[in-house]
Ligand binder design. Structure first.
Ligand code: ZN
Ligand code: ZN
Ligand code: FE
Length: 755
């Protein structure tokens, strides 16, 4: 049996079924999965195989079953678990898994020896990737090495009939990790650190809490003053915060939760799920300007016990100083969170690999992943058949939402979200994780893929690594990688015909040296043509234009409406807002082409429209704020608002002149901003759908891919999906990796592996 079948309780599961059925034979881990040698009647074997596939252990994922008759006599004795086969050992490491129901029952059972123990786990749950240092995956290869199992734990660990058979992080209060609470002056002497922490949280304190993949900063989510204080200390003015609630019922007090959303909240991955706010729910301080809030359920025994003691929802945001990655070790937490936390709830089990919480949203009835981290990584994705012959390929991703990806044996293994490489710690972490994954997956790259942007730190590192290892270096265009990423996760094979890709993005290095970001591509893994794109508009002040939406308003309006564009502002309210800005200076920058690179970015078009509607006009506090607020105000109106006209000109270049004229006319007429925002969304979706349809028809393509960071916009995604699907096209959206730059490495790997 192949797939995720090692380290997840698969062998004892087979052992129990075989013993119950009275069959002889043995089960062992081997190079490609789990090997079962078994003797019995045909019907008994059929039954067993059926049971194995129907009810595998919770964390197992069977990818393939292959069988062949054994022409040897039935062995004597009962069915056994044999030692692992020698030679190459399969190295699949499972993702970290949320506390299972059995462990949960134990920690709340006063008669159980693990009552109240925050590090309880078993074969069906607990930390995995976050604690592993090398392979083979056994206790000595994890940060649990520091704890010697007591007799009772060892008995469980060695008994195939026990739920903790070979559960590497197995522990109990007698032998395992210890929890304590400390403040600036050291450990706080107390009977029950969890109860003490809960008291502090209820009293308005901000706590640093050591979790599975890193530290969180927590506070009472219902206390607006405390939340404001956390924002102040963390320099996080407006960016949404995540919450942890005790139960789905508790979440329902402030958010709508569908059945599908419940399924993800309660899954072993236990991600943050973005849920629609209930009207009138007091969540304004958690996610200002948003219609959704990111919520997760407790996923470790520590969380369960803490949430139980607190009784209400907590803010649970990643524990990092401004601009830096989430801290993972106690010493760093003490030092770096000193100005933020009032107290620290810490323990002595080391976090080896930092893993941010995964974030997803349910779109079009299925999960849409915005950040792939704890609980999801490092699950491999099976690719289309031609990839099984590809050379081992390492793809290094982009720069801001950095991930890397290994490709071997027909599978892609994308890393967890790593973050912005321009932060020194993150860049160091990126390189360390590549080294770790190379060890965990016994991986030596023959091909290294990087972004075409020569100055991305990932590109620079890739060039050095290629030189060091002798691997072939391949640079992949950014938006081609977005498109290939979506094709790859849907197992579309190279040579399966051409697809159309609508790639809406912030920025990416184009093949013509300009900045791209609103492209319709035609092609596949092997190559692409740029068939249509947004107009190339100046980014006045380059990086500064990304931070200040009003600059894009000026650039887009002047590009669309011509030199006397300001004439159109009468009566819109925009003139007085722009009067406070150095507009003529910006106009000169654009005219003289000074520090104003051209870009077809969709992200900047959203900024321009948001700025015109006075959303984040002066500046954005976080990446995507203006666009997210624009989407939020449009949501209620999108179905009935109608749409603005957009032209498509020679060479497939869109023209937004009619859109801007209509938009400014609406502003003058005092039309609700939400309606204007909706008309903008609808107009953009309509022209893109029309252009894509025409390109598909001309090329004889029947498949359209939706990717790029702006595809996180739910209104656009749903409108494009609906309109393109309605004309009989097969519409592919991301399901396994993010549409944003977190998905780039998978696409690069797919393009480079077969290049
Ligand atoms: Zn468990
Ligand atoms: Zn023990
Ligand atoms: Fe991108």
């Amino acid at each position: 049996m192949r797939g995720q079948v090692q380290g997840v309780g698969f062998r004892p599961f087979v052992w129990q079924l075989a013993r119950r059925a009275g069959l002889a034979g043995q089960v062992r881990n081997d190079g490609s999965g789990v090997r079962i040698d078994i003797w019995g009647s045909e019907s008994a074997l059929d039954d067993l195989l059926g049971q194995l596939q129907q009810e595998p252990p919770p964390l197992a994922r069977i990818e393939a079953v292959e069988w062949t008759p054994l022409n040897t006599p039935t062995p004597k004795g009962a069915f056994e678990i044999a030692p692992s086969g020698s030679g190459r050992v399969s190295t699949e490491i499972a993702p970290d898994a949320a506390t299972c129901a059995s462990c949960l029952a134990e920690i709340f059972d006063p008669h159980d020896r693990r009552y109240g123990y925050p590090f309880t786990n078993c074969t069906h749950c607990g930390p995995r990737l976050s604690i592993v240092e090398r392979i083979p995956y056994d206790r000595a290869a994890t940060s649990m090495r520091a704890f010697e199992m007591c007799k009772a734990c060892r008995r469980e660990y060695e008994d195939p009939a026990d739920r903790r058979f070979h559960a590497q992080p197995n522990a109990c209060p007698a032998c395992g990790p210890r929890l304590w609470l400390e403040d600036k002056s050291g450990e706080i002497a107390c009977e029950d650190p969890l109860a003490e922490a809960a008291r502090a949280l209820r009293g308005g304190a901000i706590l640093a809490i050591k979790g599975i993949g890193g530290f969180h900063l927590a506070c009472d989510a219902t206390n607006a003053d405390t939340v404001a204080e956390l924002r102040r200390r963390k320099h996080r003015v407006a960016k949404p915060l995540a919450m942890m609630a005790g139960s789905v019922a508790q979440i329902r007090r402030f958010c709508h939760v569908s059945e599908e959303e419940t399924r993800h909240l309660t899954s072993s991955a236990a991600p943050i799920v973005l849920l629609e706010n209930r009207d009138g729910a007091a969540l304004a301080c958690i996610a200002p300007g948003q219609s959704r809030t990111g919520v997760m359920l407790p996923y470790s025994p520590l969380h369960h016990l803490l949430m139980d003691a607190v009784g209400g929802p907590l803010v649970m945001t990643s524990g990092n100083p401004p601009g830096a990655p989430q801290v993972t070790c106690n010493a760093a937490a003490r030092a770096e969170l000193a100005g933020i936390a009032d107290a620290w709830l810490v323990h002595d089990r080391a976090i080896v690999n930092r893993l941010d919480d995964s974030v997803l949203r349910v779109d079009l009835g299925a999960p849409y992943i915005l950040r792939r981290g704890r609980g999801l990584a490092p699950e491999p994705l099976k690719l289309a058949e031609p990839f099984s012959g590809a050379p081992p390929t390492l793809a290094l991703g982009a720069e801001l939402k950095s991930t890397f990806c290994l490709l071997k044996d027909g599978h892609a293994i994308p890393s967890q979200h790593i973050g912005d490489l321009k932060t020194a710690e993150t860049y160091a972490d990126f390189r360390a994780k590549i080294a770790l994954f190379r060890e965990l997956f016994r991986f030596d790259p023959a091909v290294i893929a990087v972004d075409r942007h020569p100055d991305y730190l990932s590109s620079i590192w890739g060039r050095a690594l290629a030189q060091e290892t002798g691997a072939r270096l391949i640079a992949v265009q950014h938006h081609h990688a977005h498109m290939a990423s979506c094709l790859a996760e849907h197992r579309i094979a190279p040579g399966q015909g051409q697809a159309v890709g609508i790639i809406l993005d912030g920025t990416g290095f184009g093949t013509d040296g300009t900045v791209w970001g609103g492209e319709i591509l035609l092609g596949g893994h092997a190559g692409f043509k740029r068939k249509a794109h947004l107009p190339q508009v100046a980014l006045p002040g380059a990086e500064q234009a990304i931070k200040e939406p009003w600059r894009n308003s000026v650039a887009h309006m002047s590009a669309a409406l011509g030199p006397d564009w300001q004439r159109h502002l009468d009566g819109t309210g925009l003139r007085s807002r722009l009067a406070k800005k150095p507009v003529s200076f910006i106009a000169q920058l654009i005219d003289k082409n000074v520090n104003s690179p051209l870009s077809s970015s969709t992200g900047r078009l959203f900024d321009a429209v948001a700025g015109a509607l006075d959303l984040a006009f002066d500046g954005q506090h976080y990446e995507g704020q203006a666009a997210m607020e624009l989407e939020a105000i449009a949501a209620a109106h999108s179905a009935r608002a109608g749409s603005y006209p957009v032209d498509i000109c020679a060479g497939g270049v869109l023209s937004f002149a009619p859109l801007w004229r209509a938009l400014l006319g609406d502003l003058r007429a005092g039309v609700d901003r939400g309606v204007i925002a909706a008309r903008f969304h609808n107009g953009l979706a309509a022209i893109l759908a029309q252009a894509a349809r025409d390109i598909a028809a001309e090329a004889g393509a029947d498949c359209v891919v939706l990717s790029g960071g702006v595809m996180q916009n739910r209104l656009l995604l749903e409108a494009l999906h609906g309109q393109l699907g309605a004309c009989g096209l097969d519409v592919l959206v991301h399901r396994r990796v993010p549409a944003n730059d977190g998905g780039i490495s998978l696409g690069q790997a797919a393009v480079a592996a077969l290049a």
